[in-house]
Write a protein that binds this ligand. Structure first.
Ligand SMILES: Nc1ncnc2c1ncn2[C@@H]1O[C@H](COP(=O)(O)OP(=O)(O)O)[C@@H](O)[C@H]1O
Ligand SMILES: [Mg+2]
Length: 242
């Protein structure tokens, strides 16, 4: 579903991605971890065309991101993205947040968008909050709204960039539960996260990045049992020890 082949990206002289290659099959869940500044967000943003790259190619369901003829808005409509800071529209109600792109981008009727939106809110346990504004919800609830909003577009893949790292600790699990459920339903997912409990439960593979490069890309059980690179072992010992 996602193929990343030898992708490099520079900011001026600084090489932020260094020959990254990996693939995510249909229904696979891949967790991406690594130290701050290692290029995780950049890589994931390249996958839905939010960041350009200078070398290599990325394909999503066969569509090339490197091809200048690719209709990026159309591609993005099929790739769900969930960010650390939710990125909901603060001036719109929760249900209107879910309807907007369905109507504007997919051309759905207001009624169809609303039905879909309400069904998804029920699925993330927030049907009662539909008329509220994002500011009236907790961080965990806002992130669940953001996930529902992405799902409303019927994405072929879902990308997550540290979806729980801005949350108070007691709200992390309600968001992870929604993600676990999605994974178990067969959604193709690429998740930047340091929630290793989540990785152990649902990840098929774990990718470890450092200084723009993919240092490990291995089955999850193997990653936890015997990480190969010294750099990975060091990183894991830091995040697992507390
Ligand atoms: N717009 C930018 N211009 C220059 N450097 C950037 C820009 N965005 C990110 N970087 C740098 O690229 C590196 C990787 O960033 P990022 O992908 O956000 O890492 P991560 O998500 O792993 O923390 C960091 O060193 C960061 O400072
Ligand atoms: Mg990041």
């Amino acid at each position: 579903m996602i193929s990343i082949r030898n992708v490099s990206k520079w900011y001026g002289d600084f090489r932020v991605l260094d020959g990254c290659s990996t693939a995510v099959g249909k229904g696979e869940v891949v967790v991406v971890c690594g130290p701050s500044g290692s290029g995780k967000s950049t890589l994931i943003k390249c996958v839905n065309g939010l960041e350009p790259f200078q070398q290599g190619d990325i394909r999503v369901d066969g569509t090339s991101l490197a091809d200048p003829k690719t209709d990026l808005p159309r591609l993005r409509a099929r790739v769900g993205m969930v960010f650390q800071h939710f990125e909901l529209f603060p001036h719109l109600s929760v249900i209107d947040n879910l309807c907007l792109a369905q109507i504007k981008v997919l051309g759905r009727s207001r009624e169809a968008a609303r039905d879909k939106g309400m069904a998804l809110l029920a699925r993330v346990g927030l049907a009662e909050q539909a008329q509220k504004h994002p500011g009236q919800l907790s961080g965990g609830q806002q992130q669940r709204v953001a996930i529902a909003r992405a799902l409303a577009m019927d994405p072929v893949v879902m990308l997550f960039d540290e979806p729980t790292s801005a949350l108070d600790p007691e709200m992390v699990s309600e968001v992870l539960e929604v993600m676990v459920q999605l994974a178990q339903e067969g959604m193709t997912m690429m998740c930047v996260t340091h929630e290793m409990g989540f990785a152990r439960r649902v990840a098929d593979r774990v990718i470890f990045m450092d200084r723009g490069a993919i240092l490990e890309d291995v089955p999850a059980d193997q990653f936890f049992a015997a990480p190969r690179a010294e750099r990975t072992r060091e990183f894991l010992s830091k995040i697992l020890d507390h």
